[in-house]
Design a protein around this ligand. Structure first.
Ligand code: SD4
Length: 342
């Protein structure tokens, strides 16, 4: 146990280097060209991509792939996504998710409680209602009417311990890159003290063999957040955007600062104007940096983009944002370039 603790406490760079040895992790400028392809945020993306790849590699639709992929994360035992995740400050897990296809169809749910697969409910909103977004009680009622079971609402053991620890100080203090340090994947199920373990999300974008793009995003939002708080993840144009002529983008990190700049949409527009995915992500990060001024040192924001040519790119405010790529050529975790330490 002591050894495991020590391992968990190594620097993020060190941790990723260790991970690299196992997964083929690569750092620095890179591009992957080709289809089908799926990319997703953080180290949990490696597992999620497997679900998406099962769809894409057999000729399936990108929309089905991005739903199946993040369903894996929603059902997995981790701090970050789905019902096992950290609660809000009142002790309830509230989930946000959205999905978008190649034809500007989109669906979203937010502040959804006791439903295991919010992204699938978001897809039903997209396909079965005239609306884009349902929240709270209404979203839950809709989910139940659609046949999604109402789960018991109990916190997972890990989330209960994290919440009890957080209650000692009740201090809301998001920690940068916490997803990779102690969140999930190879680093789970460590619990931080005083609620530091409080970022969560998986965003995924994919292009299928026909060249169509889709994306999904699902999260419990910031752990120990104010009750009713929504981040960028369920907001089309902020946490996710897809334009089938141009590209698909997802965001992660401090949602408030992604919403402020309509982040995912901004990155798509930069790509439309000719920037590569990485350059487009970087320009959006620069916007965040400009707006935040000195406060930018305290927040993480990251963008992940795929363009119509099958090129990928990412950029983050701080070092430590990783993303997973799956294509016929590779299955890897990459490190994003970042504003700090670039
Ligand atoms: C939110 N953007 O709720 C999410 C959190 C996140 O990695 O992405 N964490 O603000």
């Amino acid at each position: 146990m002591a050894n495991r603790r020590k391992f968990l406490q190594t620097s993020l760079a060190g941790s990723l280097a260790i991970l690299g040895a196992k997964t083929g992790f690569t750092s620095g400028d890179q591009k992957v060209v080709g289809k089908p392809i799926v990319i997703s945020t953080w180290d949990a993306g490696l597992e999620a991509n497997k679900g998406a790849w099962a769809v894409l590699s057999t000729g399936g639709r990108a929309l089905d792939a991005v739903e199946a992929g993040v369903n894996i994360t929603e059902a997995s035992k981790n701090c970050c996504v789905g019902l096992g995740a950290n609660p809000d400050r009142d002790g309830f897990v509230t989930l946000d998710a959205c999905i978008m296809d190649e034809a500007f169809n989109c669906g979203s749910v937010a502040f959804l409680e006791r439903i295991k697969h919010p992204v699938s409910v978001a897809r039903r909103v997209m396909e079965k209602t005239p609306h884009v977004m349902l929240v709270g009680e209404g979203a839950q009622k809709f989910a139940i009417a659609e046949g999604f079971p109402l789960e018991d609402g109990k916190l997972s053991d890990d989330a209960k311990r994290a919440y009890d620890s957080w209650l000692k100080k009740s201090d809301y203090k998001p920690a940068i890159n916490i997803e990779n340090q102690k969140g999930h994947g190879p680093f789970a199920p460590a619990i931080l003290e005083n609620g530091e373990w409080n970022h969560d999300t998986i965003g995924m974008v994919a292009m299928d063999a026909k060249g169509n793009l889709s994306g999904s995003c699902t999260t419990s939002g910031m752990g120990f957040k104010m009750r009713g708080r929504l981040g960028d993840s369920p907001i089309i144009g902020a946490g996710l955007y897809v334009d089938n002529e141009v590209g698909a983008v997802t965001a992660t990190g401090q949602g408030e600062d992604v919403i402020r700049i309509c982040g995912a949409h901004m990155v798509v527009e930069f790509m439309r104007n000719g920037l590569t995915p990485e350059a487009a992500c970087r320009k959006a990060v620069e916007r965040v940096v400009k707006i935040k001024g000195a406060k930018v040192k305290d927040i993480q924001v990251a963008f992940l983009a795929l363009n119509k040519k099958g090129q990928i790119g990412a950029f983050s405010v701080h070092q430590g944002f990783s993303y997973a790529v799956r294509s016929s050529k590779e299955e890897k975790l990459y490190a994003s370039k970042s504003w700090f330490n670039k």
